[in-house]
Design a protein around this ligand. Sequence first.
Ligand SMILES: [Zn+2]
Length: 680
Amino acid sequence: MSRNSSTWPLVLSVFILELGCSPGGAPNRTATPVLRPSILFVTLDTTRADAVGPDAEGVETPVFNALAARGRLFARAYTTVPETLPAHASMMTGLYPAGHGVHENARTLRADHEVLAERLQATGYRTAAFVSSFVLARRFGLGRGFATYDDIEAPERSARETTDRVIDYLKTPSTEPRLLWVHYFDAHAPYAPPEPFRTLFAKNPYLGEVAEVDQQLGRLLEAFQKDASGPVAILVAGDHGEGLGDHGELQHGNLAYEPTMRVPFVLVGPGVEPGVSRDPVSVRRIFHTILDLAGLDNPQSLRRTSAPEVVLGEAMRPFLGYGWQPQVMAVAGAQKVIFAGRNEVYDVVQDPGEVRDLSASVTPTRAIRTALQDYPVPAPGVAPAPAGGLSLDDEERRKLASLGYVSAGATPLIRKDAPRPVDMVGLFETIEKASGLFVREEYRAVIPLLEKIRAVDPQNLDATLRLATAYSSLGQDLQALSLFEKAKAIAPLSADVKLYLALHLARGAGWQEAGSMLEKTIEQMPERLPALEALARIREREGRSREAMALLRRIHRLRAPAATELVRLGQAAMNVGETTSAIEAFERARRAQGVDFRSDLELGVLYLADRRFEEARQSLDRVPAKHPEYAMALFKRAQVSVLLREPDQAARIERARRLADASTRELIARERLFVVGRPE
Ligand SMILES: [Zn+2]
């Protein structure tokens, strides 16, 4: 049953005086204050190791430098993935992507991976996070364990604005130690620093962003240290660097060279010996270090010096998205090996620019060879990580392969002609441009770029799928379907291909077929929002209101609801007679929409059913005379009038009768409140 003028009054008319119930109060929780440090963890997005710190060229970062002087500077810290979400997922779980399953942005960290904030919250820490990009919105799974998770639906928020919000938050004092994570996104492209850095860094706006972030970091540190009454620990780390043209890469994500893999990292806190550490370390160990700082002793903590390890990393986007060679990095001592179809070997201490590939003369160490051989390559677009991904704490006991990311023994699909990412740098700029246009839904403009990518690299799954979606969104179904066929041929098992095809069908006459496809997609990827959103619409169209409600609620656990969705939730709840839920949804929609709220009739009817006559009166009085169901509003208003014993009730009944339509005439004739007339 869909909402239209012939069926809707029926839904309204069945709402007769029901009683709702209200939920109980939340349980109390007490925490014992202990003298553990308050911990500030700051992530600097897109910040190269050589753009920050005392040795940085072309920019001053006095705040970071002062921290480095107070604490331990890790001069050779490596990210696990040169991409925001997977890198943060590693820092928050202590796992390589093979362990936590997030190899790219726009995936979701599965709920069965315990994250840092959950551990600290359980021991009485007051947890809060402030993130500055949509890429880290709570829907992607990093919000768990944070009592406050201040995220955004917009692409970017400035460091100044984020810092303002943190400072505001810190005005509420805490008797518990804090875990505060703050993420700054400014250094990410496009580079547009505010003044004075816009002028000062007119020739290098990227460094201007870095300088601005350093200044905001200063404001943040001041507020944090002023707030803390006990000891403090501070960690500042990059999530990945930026190519800036090195090795042919402008941004990040497609290659595994030093400019994008090596990040700044400084650690300040009780028991941390000041100085500079030159052993390679992975930022994933921030997880273990923070646990240790919080009193949860951990052998992988970086607070103490530990045995050198093989540091691993990966850049799988070209493999997962375009079908190119999977790319894994291993670093031990001065030696760094990048494996992508074949090995490149560098001495990154002698040759930090990685210009001399030593692979013809130097054999990688045994430890590096073993680590690379065992590094699990994900299966593109197929299954997410299995439940209970193992921790790399077990590294000493097990080989990396035992992480078992690749599900059910599936062999990763590497196409025979898969190019090495470094041989495809000529396409990077087009890919990055196309990606930006696609995300902004500029489909007409993106088509020629995607066609160009496909002309060079016809097996490129991302380009094929995006092209199909662009044609579909422009209503060019034949081109879209032909490209979906090609995408299916490239990656027969890809859940993404199925998802985008289903979304295409949902747009047109095949929408009912799309329903079962989306259900399967959701089974595989339970937190994929576009699938949940499209299926909710289909269930609404089919009149399957209970299922639609459940889907809308799932969506709203992943992100803040849009006002229009609250209206839809209210309507679905009303369709199945759930008065309390319906009232709650409509009330939230009204608060969000203000004067644009259009569901006063529904809300009035619901209040009446809930015997909240005064609120029913107010809502029904707001229904405008031009409302298509105005006759229903008059009828309901007359009922309320009798129940409230208003002096003009007779006139209201008369008016409802006079202006009755097919939906209300019969109801008025049978209404006992009206027959009895004025109650004594
Ligand atoms: Zn990032």
